[in-house]
Design a binder for this molecule. Structure first.
Ligand SMILES: [Fe+2]
Ligand SMILES: [Fe+2]
Length: 350
């Protein structure tokens, strides 16, 4: 019999496990229920909080007398929106993949409800951009690589850690900080709905992961740590390429980074606390997960975002890194475009 952790690391094909008759056995289900009812609640909550994207967008537009996005910020927002929009599409496919492959019913339910949320996020954001007259842009190379990695991995643990803990976390922060920048009233109110859904998606990771992580061997934990490090580096590099657009929108990237660390630490704390603190097995519940100390976070922030009075060599180093990240981002994007063109001959470039 395979353990839950094994099922996540090496998902079984339907021919080897379908139908799982134990799901119809009230005794088996009853025993598992207590452990997982909170997780199933994500599904029910998602039903209760579901919103009609078309109606919400129409109502907000009517309330504010249309969408008038400031012309001088459209280009900057288009860059940020590309990450958000294509990120939503990836989240949609990834959650559908999880809904398909997870065998644990409550987790499968939570992932299924996320599919509906992400589909809504994608079409509403795209509709908003069209209505606001903001071009739908292509994705930078670092962001594309990161999302392709998450789409392609067969390892469900890597998929969930990457998506629910890292990408969803970033989504919560982006939606919140862009809303706080008050760029355009319809967008500001709309993003509140997105943020609430994304917070629930982080919750799926927080609830489901501790049991899986506790079963990891040291080697598997190291593989997970390395996987997250690669994602983190891609996010850092991708963030470097977005300095100008965020500055133009009045969104403080240093603050964004601080907030990101805070949310991640909060997720880890919730995971440790799940079965009561002080059980002695706390650390097993976050085994292999990335964590940076408070001092480490501060040092990284000070390095990446030099203060106005920082030495000239420091500022020059960062300028060089930003320029290198932009070049690498463009190169990776062009390489990705080449692959897309090869894979789908006859499909016109959009
Ligand atoms: Fe989303
Ligand atoms: Fe999400």
């Amino acid at each position: 019999m395979t353990t839950l952790t094994d099922q996540w690391l090496h998902p079984r094909a339907p021919r080897d496990q379908f139908p799982p008759y134990e799901l119809g056995d009230p005794d088996v289900v009853g025993r598992a229920e207590a452990r997982t009812s909170t997780l199933a609640r994500i599904y029910h909550k998602s039903q209760e909080q579901a919103w009609d994207g078309r109606a919400v967008l129409d109502e907000l537009e009517a309330k504010h007398g249309g969408i008038r996005f400031p012309e001088d910020k459209k280009a900057a927002f288009a860059r940020v929106a590309a990450v958000l929009l294509w990120g939503e599409l990836a989240a949609w496919s990834i959650s559908a993949d999880l809904a398909l492959k997870l065998e644990d019913t409550p987790a499968k339910m939570a992932a299924s409800s996320q599919v509906f949320d992400e589909a809504r996020h994608f079409y509403v954001l795209r509709d908003y951009l069209w209505r606001a007259g903001i071009p739908v842009e292509r994705l930078g190379g670092f962001s594309r690589n990161l999302l392709v990695d998450l789409l392609e991995t067969d390892n469900l643990l890597h998929k969930v850690v990457g998506m629910q803990l890292m990408v969803e976390n970033t989504a919560v922060i982006l939606f919140k900080m862009i809303a706080e920048a008050r760029l355009e009233p319809v967008l500001t109110e709309l993003l509140y709905y997105f943020e609430r859904d994304e917070a629930r998606h982080v919750g799926l990771g927080v609830l489901v992961l501790p049991d899986i992580l506790a079963g990891l061997s040291p080697r598997e934990a190291r593989a997970l740590w390395w996987f997250q490090t690669r994602i983190q580096l891609a996010m850092l590099a991708g963030g470097m390429t977005m300095r100008e657009p965020f500055a133009a929108l009045g969104v403080d990237q240093r603050e964004m980074q601080r907030y990101g660390f805070r949310l991640h630490a909060d997720a880890l704390r919730r995971m440790r606390a799940q079965h009561g603190e002080g059980t002695g097995a706390d650390d097993a519940r976050v085994k292999g997960l990335f964590a940076v100390s408070k001092q480490g976070q501060e040092r990284l922030g000070q390095f990446l975002f030099p203060a106005a009075d920082a030495p000239a060599w420091h500022k020059a180093t960062i300028r060089t890194m930003v320029a290198a990240a932009a070049r690498a981002d463009g190169w990776l994007a062009r390489r990705g475009d080449g692959r897309r063109a090869d894979a789908a001959p006859g499909v016109p470039h959009m």
